[in-house]
Structure formats: structure tokens, C-alpha cells
Design a protein around this ligand. Structure first.
Ligand SMILES: Cc1cc2nc3c(=O)[nH]c(=O)nc-3n(C[C@H](O)[C@H](O)[C@H](O)COP(=O)(O)O)c2cc1C
Length: 180
């Protein structure tokens, strides 16, 4: 398996985390990325930061503060420029706003800008079927795909008849941004 090339230290992966229930397991993404030689930093949407995952655990795991708000003009950039970005989980709200060019959270502004820079971006949507049926959502996916954004399989976040939730394909996001 080809892993990200080490140039000046490890390549940097920016993980954008949105406010979906499955975000509670985002440590799985970070562990898998670190095993693949990525340095990881997390940008969370403001809603995701408010109880959707264990922020202290993620900061301990990445060794970096989670970013959610803009730095002040005098502050240095807290993260290096990303070599790749993964959006996992990606919500209905963030996907539609990103496709529309709205940049009112740091997460959205980062996504809008990174796509324009040609940095690889992988998205794992977590969107219920009822929302995914909305025509604006279908148009957003079409638009983002046209920008070169790479998508994992649809995932509804809903439980199966036995009460279990299907496994969220965290590693798929890493496969989608694997160099070479
Ligand atoms: C417990 C809980 C679980 C949620 N799960 C999802 C989800 O799986 N997918 C989704 O699109 N929205 C989900 N939402 C709704 C989003 O949190 C809401 O639309 C929010 O505004 C999204 O903000 P963000 O896109 O900035 O992260 C959930 C909300 C709650 C309270």
C-alpha cells in the first residue's frame, strides 16, 4: 500500500468534523490516519464542538488544539497547509453550504479555499435518506463532484432492525486521498 510521502516531516491531514452522531467515533479516523503516517489536525464545526465528540481525547490524540473559529489577524497560522482534507462525518447542512460557496464557519471557509487550491478532499457523508432526497442536496453533490471532491458511499446514520448501527467507513476517506 502506498502511503503519503514524507518530505518536510509527515504530511498534514486536516480532518473536518461536522455535527452528526457518528462523530463520537472520530478517534477511529485519527488512529487510522496516524497509522498511515499522517500528521492530523481537526477542524470542527461550532455545532460539532458542542458535545458531538470527546474534544479533550481528540486533542490528546492529535497533540494539537481543535480549531473551530478563526484566528485573530496577529496570530500565526495554528496548522500547516494541508496535504489533504477529509470531511468525516459530513452533514447535510455543511455539504449544501459548501457547494453554495458559503464560508461562515472556519470549517466551511477551509473547504471552500482548499478545493480552489487543488488539495485532495475526501468526504464521508452522514445524511438520512429523507434529507438526501432533497433536490438541493443532490445538486450539491453534483457540484462538489464537479470540483473534484471525492466521495465515500452514502451513510444514513440510521440503526438497523436489531438496533445496531452499520460501521462508518472511516478508512475509506483515507483511501480516497492516498497519494499515487
Ligand atoms: C444527536 C444529533 C445527531 C445528528 N446527526 C446528524 C447526521 O447524521 N447528519 C446530519 O446531516 N445532521 C445531523 N444532525 C443535525 C446537525 O447537527 C445540524 O444540521 C447542524 O446544524 C449541522 O451543523 P454543521 O453542518 O455545521 O456541523 C444531528 C443532530 C443531532 C442533535
Amino acid at each position: 500500500m502506498t502511503e503519503p510521502a514524507e518530505q518536510h516531516g509527515k504530511p498534514f491531514l486536516c480532518a473536518v468534523v461536522c455535527a452528526a452522531g457518528v462523530a463520537a467515533d472520530v478517534s477511529k479516523l485519527i488512529t487510522a490516519a496516524q497509522e498511515r503516517n499522517w500528521e492530523v489536525g481537526v477542524i470542527a464545526t461550532p455545532v460539532a464542538l458542542n458535545g458531538f465528540f470527546d474534544t479533550a481525547a481528540v486533542e490528546a490524540q492529535t497533540g494539537r488544539p481543535i480549531r473551530s473559529a478563526w484566528r485573530t489577524p496577529g496570530e500565526p497560522r495554528p496548522f500547516p497547509a494541508p496535504d489533504a482534507v477529509v470531511v468525516a462525518p459530513a452533514t447535510f447542512n455543511t455539504l449544501n453550504k459548501w457547494a453554495a460557496g458559503i464560508a461562515d464557519t472556519l470549517a466551511l471557509a477551509t473547504l471552500c479555499e482548499t478545493a480552489g487550491l487543488g488539495v485532495p478532499i475526501a468526504v464521508l457523508p452522514c445524511v438520512a435518506d429523507a434529507l438526501a432526497a432533497h433536490p438541493a442536496y443532490r445538486e450539491s453533490l453534483r457540484r462538489l463532484r464537479g470540483m473534484g471532491v471525492r466521495f465515500g458511499d452514502p451513510y444514513t446514520g440510521e440503526t438497523e432492525p436489531g438496533g445496531a448501527r452499520p460501521e462508518f467507513g472511516w478508512e475509506r476517506a483515507l483511501d480516497l486521498v492516498r497519494p499515487g
